[in-house]
Structures are given as structure tokens and as C-alpha cells.
Design a protein around this ligand. Structure first.
Ligand code: HEC
Length: 179
């Protein structure tokens, strides 16, 4: 009984192997036919798309910052807290941790009279070229890397200006009665 069933299952295995090898042969034949068709595509020359040299592709999007471009205002805020606040203080009062060692000390940006006395161009120049460029202390360092980022400089000037604006709504002390 046992050997009989083994024999029959062996037959079944042999039969299926035979069928499988037939399939394999058939597949190999169709593969051989298909291969030459795929070749010409691979041989195609790869063309790199190149914009015309004298035509800027950004002109189309003029005025629209490319997606993912840093917001100049955010960049200015970051620069102020990372570089300027060391001397100028986070509130622009000139009381940063590095200011103690400075002579002259950075002035208080909250000073409305100073704000009125200087132009945005002057502030931009001091920021980019440093204090020495306007006859001030060279301890006010240049930020030459911002020369190519006028939007960030503009936002920094606005930040310097904002300290006075922020200070403005504070109620002025009532004039003391004259003695
Ligand atoms: C190493 C310290 C230091 C750092 C950092 C610094 N400053 Fe100054 N800054 C000074 C000093 C000191 C002065 C005052 C110079 C003087 O009065 O001669 C000054 C002056 C200025 C002035 C001119 C004010 C005036 O009195 O006319 C502006 C504007 C200014 N800083 C902006 C900035 C900005 C914006 C940054 C960051 C990008 C910055 N500073 C970083 C020290 C610093």
C-alpha cells in the first residue's frame, strides 16, 4: 500500500516537472524574441534640457519667491538674535552680554530722537559695511555676507526701526510740575 502511493506521487512529481520544464522552454523562446525590441530604446542618446544662455528662467516668476525660499523677515530675526543681540541686546537697548566690554557702547535703539536723526540708507550701510564706514567704532562689525541680500538688510533696518515703534505706545510720564 505504502509503496504504491509513493509510486503514484513520484509519477505526479515527474509529470509536473515535465510540464514546468515545458513552460520554461516556452518562456525562454518568447524572451529571446522580445529582447531585440528593447535594445533600441536603451541606445537612445540622453538629452539634458538646457535653458537658452541669454534667457533667465526666473523672469517668468519675477516677484514670486520660489517655494521654500526663506522669508527675509524670519532670516533678519534669526540674524538679529544670533549676531546683533550679543551687543545690541534682544530689545535693542544696547545691553547685550557683549556690550559691557565695548567702548563706545551701542546706543539704545529705543531712542526716538536717534531714530529720527538717521536714514534707512545710513542704517543699511552700517549693517553691511560696519561702524568704521560711517566714522563710528569698528567694534560695530561689518556683515559683508548681507551685501547680496538686500531684502534681509531691509528687514534688519525695519527691525532696528521697530524697537522705537514698540517703545512709542508706552505712555510718556506726565510732565512733572515745575518747582
Ligand atoms: C561686537 C558687537 C556688535 C555687534 C555684533 C553688532 N553691533 Fe551694531 N554697533 C556696535 C557698537 C559698539 C555700535 C556703536 C558704534 C559707535 O557708536 O561708534 C554699533 C552701532 C550700530 C548702528 C549704528 C547706530 C548709531 O549709533 O548710529 C547700527 C544701525 C547697528 N549697530 C546695527 C547692528 C546690527 C543690525 C547688527 C547685527 C547684524 C549689529 N549692529 C551687530 C556693536 C555691535
Amino acid at each position: 500500500m505504502k509503496s504504491a502511493s509513493m509510486k503514484s506521487s513520484l509519477k505526479a512529481v515527474l509529470a509536473s516537472v515535465g510540464v514546468a520544464s515545458l513552460f520554461l522552454v516556452a518562456c525562454e523562446k518568447t524572451d529571446a524574441v522580445a529582447t531585440p525590441e528593447a535594445k533600441p530604446e536603451a541606445a537612445k542618446p540622453v538629452e539634458a534640457p538646457k535653458p537658452p544662455a541669454n534667457e533667465s528662467p526666473t523672469v517668468v516668476n519675477a516677484g514670486t519667491p520660489p517655494p521654500g525660499a526663506p522669508d527675509p523677515k524670519i532670516e533678519a530675526d534669526t540674524i538679529f538674535s544670533q549676531r546683533c543681540s550679543v551687543c545690541h541686546g534682544m530689545s535693542g537697548k544696547g545691553d547685550g552680554p557683549g556690550a559691557a566690554a565695548l567702548n563706545p557702547k551701542p546706543r539704545d535703539y529705543n531712542d526716538a530722537a536717534w531714530q529720527k536723526s538717521v536714514t534707512d540708507e545710513y542704517i543699511s550701510k552700517v549693517i553691511i559695511e560696519g561702524g568704521a564706514s560711517v566714522g563710528k567704532s569698528p567694534t560695530m562689525v561689518a556683515n559683508a555676507d548681507l551685501k547680496t541680500k538686500p531684502e534681509v538688510v531691509k528687514a534688519l533696518v525695519a527691525k532696528v526701526r521697530s524697537f522705537a515703534v514698540a517703545a512709542a505706545p508706552a505712555p510718556a510720564p506726565a510732565p512733572a510740575p515745575k518747582k
